[in-house]
Design a protein around this ligand. Sequence first.
Ligand code: DGY
Length: 294
Amino acid sequence: MEVWPGRLPPAPVDLHAACRDADGLLCLLTDRVDAALLEAAPRLRAVSVFAVGVDNVDLAAATARGIQVGHTPGVLTETTADLAFGLLLTTARRIGESERDVRSGRWPAWSPGAYLGEEVHGATLGIVGLGRIGSAVARRAAGFGMEVIHTNRSGGLPLEQLLERSDFVSLHVPLTAETRGLIGEAELGRMKPTAVLVNTARGELVDTDALVAALRHGPIAAAGLDVTDPEPLPPDHPLLAADNVVITPHIGSASRRTRELMADMAVDNLLAALRGERMPHLANPEVADRLTGN
Ligand code: DGY
């Protein structure tokens, strides 16, 4: 077993070198497992991703080579939904901005007009992607008396209508070729001037330049982001200069318990494939049909 010792992810050249003779790879969402890497790793038969999202892996190329790709669905659902709701509240009620002012000695005298935000109770929440995490966010919203509307693959509202009707929009779709750039200038333009965008899914779902412009000059009021494009943001990035955005460093699943469960799942996936069995949580099930000859 070879463990990457660095604090930062390996550069592609290092990852390629480490995988040259490997039978299995347990990787993070920051490791790009593309066709070139698979080409450079002829023995590889298992890629286990320590995440539910597998957008860092070229699934088609892995499937074509008969490589199982594992992921960690389910165990991070509630934890990620907690953070999405936390960002929604923090952004709506300007908790980040006002807390920063308190810390920096700019605590203003109480006044009727200071730090006015948006009401969460009774508001309309638009969930883009009512899958596991989106549904968990909807359950939290019910406790706040929110009206929940949604899009999903098999029904719900068209995205345009959801954007026009929602006070809060929370993104819960995987990053794919179809969803990359899902929220751009036109989509932001449909949102209410008081609306808040929450993204705990993947940064690339949103056009960052369009979001920066929308936060600066309208049409939207604020954003709560656990994921960004690029990630991490460079210190001089314009998003960091905006007061009406709250940004956390991709910590949606970061509770002690959830990360332990994710680690166990990732290891179980890897070991199963190395034993020649089907991974318990397989992201490319087509490959297992091939294993069993179906
Ligand atoms: C995932 O699992 O895809 C999250 O982004 C990290 O937990």
